[in-house]
Design a protein around this ligand. Sequence first.
Ligand code: MG
Length: 307
Amino acid sequence: MPDYPRTVTVVEVGPRDGLQNEAVHLSTAEKIAFVDRLTGAGLPVIEVGAFVSPSRIPQMAETAGVFTGISRRPGTRYTALVPNVTGLNRAREAGVTEIAIFAAASDTFSRRNINQSIDESFVTYKAVCDEALAARMRIRAYLSTCFGCPYEGDVPPLRVTDLARRLLDLGVFEVSVSDTIGVAHPGQVTKVLEILLARVDRARLALHFHDTRGTALANVLTALGIGVSTFDASAGGLGGCPYAPGATGNLATEDLIYMLDGLGIETGVSLERLLDASGYVADRTGRALPSRVAQATRATRKPGVGL
Ligand code: MG
């Protein structure tokens, strides 16, 4: 067996990246209950919401209220996505100490997603990072479309590496290299990581995979073998894929934990309690969430006719 890391940090993005892309709109109280259940499950990092324009993304309008209402467990990090200095100020008012910024490796994607070119977005994020660092906040960065762009197709790994370096130079502690459209496969993961790791310390990298084509866990396993030890995932697989309506998006946290447990890799997460957290949301969305482990667990608990 390859030399896998003994511990892995799982960054739970369900309350933000997941719920932001769901049709169902949870109330503030329901979001608080969801985050508290994720805390209870032992997730070490939870992205609680986003301080974005409520008119653009109404699903995130309650983020300040959610931060006020959650029960924080010492040692758990609670983060929020922040697109600009206005969002940063709202995050600070809500008592947020760790933020995430969101850059893209494709110019077309960046313009369509945040209405700024990549270079323009770096001007915005420089201002955000300078203020956040002065306020002693920690900053994480997403770099989207690292394995392919819905508009431009292939994205050169050297560009991904350049942009990851530029984000680290802004003072972020970690870059989450993201497969926004779920096209990555293990061969590509190996190639991209080889190029990235020539210039970026693996301890500064996280990977954010989508399971749109069924390759997310294979990609995680490949990256584990290369020594990456931080992965994003969404409880229940919440979130879908905006670029392939109806398809699976975010890797489900349950599926990731099930595999890591099986490999004997320590995460501090209770699969049982995590299933309780995603089950709470599934009951409110009125549909089974994409997580295979969640679906299998629910099915086993309500046995039908076995074959
Ligand atoms: Mg995602």
